[in-house]
Design a protein around this ligand. Structure first.
Ligand code: PEP
Ligand code: MN
Length: 342
């Protein structure tokens, strides 16, 4: 692996001193320099393993001493922040559920005393670029200089093969807004399954991500949290040696731009599908209320809005209007088809 690619690896949760140290030593042997482990675990439902808590901070301190690695854990409250910093944790991450909560983010930012701390900000669980950007601004306003983003995918009713939908256009928009902030990918929480870690990591590297945060456990099948997505050290080592970093000579600029276009096209197609589904729901409603399919006033509003938006984005308004016309035509076709079938 290219040493310019930052690799953070370690278990979802610190479960015991032995599990933490065995995993850390295996990772150190394969050249990983930053060890991650959850000390306090946010669980969607109560009753699951909620992390070992404060005692796990001592195990992380042992990782620093015995394996010479930097350590990294999640903080969700000012209390976590102070405990983690007092025990010498090097890097802190803000979890996806926390990033979605501006009160929590502000409370942690207010607790920051040193500008030297490094904060990783995971994307919020919901696909809202403003919330993610807001968290960056709150930490920047608190004086934090070392900020990195972690893209771990987004919740959705329909996540397809993923645990969390990648929606690559959102981190791309974050990169546009914050060009100096490095972006890492967390393929473990994105894919939710071991098999997806390699393809998602490669896609992230092809998109010029600066690094990866990957879950790795010395005995993944018996992990107390996220066991389907954790890799054994041997599996991780295999993946790291199979990844092809973006390098001069390997991938031309043209290829990498084409990769970005492919990802954006995929997002456009998914958005179009989502729009057609909503349009069919509207069709259903109109049918039940005995309303006509086509309402010219509504159509002109849509076109006017798109033209104004195109102008403000610097897109050709004629192009935007023709595209909208095509999309609207397809919506009308679907709604008429629905009527025929009823
Ligand atoms: C984690 O990294 O273990 C974690 C809980 O991640 P996220 O906040 O992305 O769900
Ligand atoms: Mn996890």
């Amino acid at each position: 692996m290219d040493s310019k690619i930052k690799i953070i690896a370690g278990p979802c949760s610190a479960e015991s001193r032995a599990q933490v140290l065995e995993t850390a030593k295996a990772l150190k042997d394969m050249g990983v320099k930053i060890f991650r482990a959850g000390v306090w675990k946010p669980r969607t439902r109560p009753g699951g393993f909620e992390g070992a808590g404060d005692v796990a901070l001592e195990w992380l301190a042992d990782v620093r001493k015995e394996a010479g690695m930097k350590t990294c854990c999640e903080v969700a409250t000012p209390e976590h922040l102070h405990k983690a910093l007092d025990s010498g944790v090097d890097i802190l991450w803000i979890g996806a559920r926390t990033t979605a909560d501006p009160f929590a983010v502000q409370a942690i930012a207010d607790g920051i005393e040193s500008r030297e701390v490094t904060i990783l900000i995971k994307n919020p669980v919901n696909p809202d670029v403003e919330l993610w950007a807001g968290a960056v601004e709150r930490f920047r306003n608190a004086g934090v200089k070392n900020i990195l983003l972690v893209h771990r995918g987004f919740s959705s009713y329909d996540t397809g093969i993923y645990r969390n939908l990648p929606l690559w256009h959102i981190p791309i928009e974050m990169k546009r807004r914050f060009p100096d902030i490095p972006v890492l990918c967390d393929p473990s929480h994105m894919g939710g399954r071991r098999e997806l870690v390699l393809p998602l990591s490669q896609q992230a590297l092809d998109l010029m991500y600066d690094g990866l945060m990957i879950e790795c456990h010395c005995n993944p099948d018996n992990a107390l949290s996220d066991k389907l997505q954790q890799l054994s050290p041997a599996q991780l080592s295999d993946i790291l040696s199979n990844l092809k970093p973006r390098q001069e000579g390997r991938q031309t600029d043209l290829e990498s731009l084409r990769n970005r276009i492919d990802v954006l096209d995929e997002s456009i197609m998914k958005l179009l599908k989502e729009r057609m589904v909503v349009s069919e729901q509207i069709g259903d409603y109109k049918l039940k209320q005995n309303m006509p399919v086509f309402q010219s006033q509504r159509y002109s509003q849509i076109v006017d809005k798109v033209i104004r938006q195109a102008e403000s984005l610097g897109l050709d308004p004629d192009f935007a209007a023709s595209l909208m016309e095509l999309i609207h035509k397809e919506s009308v076709r679907l709604q008429l088809k629905q009527r025929k079938e009823n």
